[in-house]
Ligand binder design. Structure first.
Ligand code: 5GP
Ligand code: ZN
Length: 113
């Protein structure tokens, strides 16, 4: 998608701090971190969000969770982290290229705001 911020980051057209990459995902540090670990797991495929995903996107939506678990292990935050797909503007979704937040490294409140 030509006008998508995360597609541009994945293509290297906009700089970002890359954490991890494989054939299906691209992982970056969030530019405005809300926790000591706050990374975004981006599918390389442009999908707007969980609410518009198609049945064939189920694998990548789940795979992002496994990538998050791997990073959680590597960062030593397995005593408590959170993975979040924000869906829709009222949830705070501001970038409409599906992405999984991984937040950890501090006590996390429940319910989230
Ligand atoms: P959303 O609110 O859509 O769930 O999450 C978008 C996230 O992307 C936010 O946490 C925001 O800080 C992050 N973000 C927005 N623009 C950029 C950017 O240019 N680079 C990086 N690394 N993160 C960004
Ligand atoms: Zn995109």
């Amino acid at each position: 998608m030509a006008d998508c911020l995360f597609c541009k980051i994945i293509a290297g057209k906009i700089p970002a701090k890359k954490v991890y990459e494989d054939d299906k995902t691209f992982v970056i540090e969030d530019i405005n971190p809300q926790a000591p670990t706050h990374v975004l797991i981006l599918p390389k495929k442009h999908i707007e969000g969980v609410n518009t995903a198609k049945p064939e996107d189920a694998d990548i939506i789940g795979y992002c969770q496994l990538v998050a678990a791997r990073i959680g292990r590597e960062r030593g935050i397995e005593d408590g982290y959170r993975t979040v797909y924000n869906v829709g503007p009222k949830s705070g979704q501001s970038v409409f290229h599906l992405h999984l937040h991984l937040l950890g490294g501090r006590d996390l409140k429940w319910p989230p705001g």
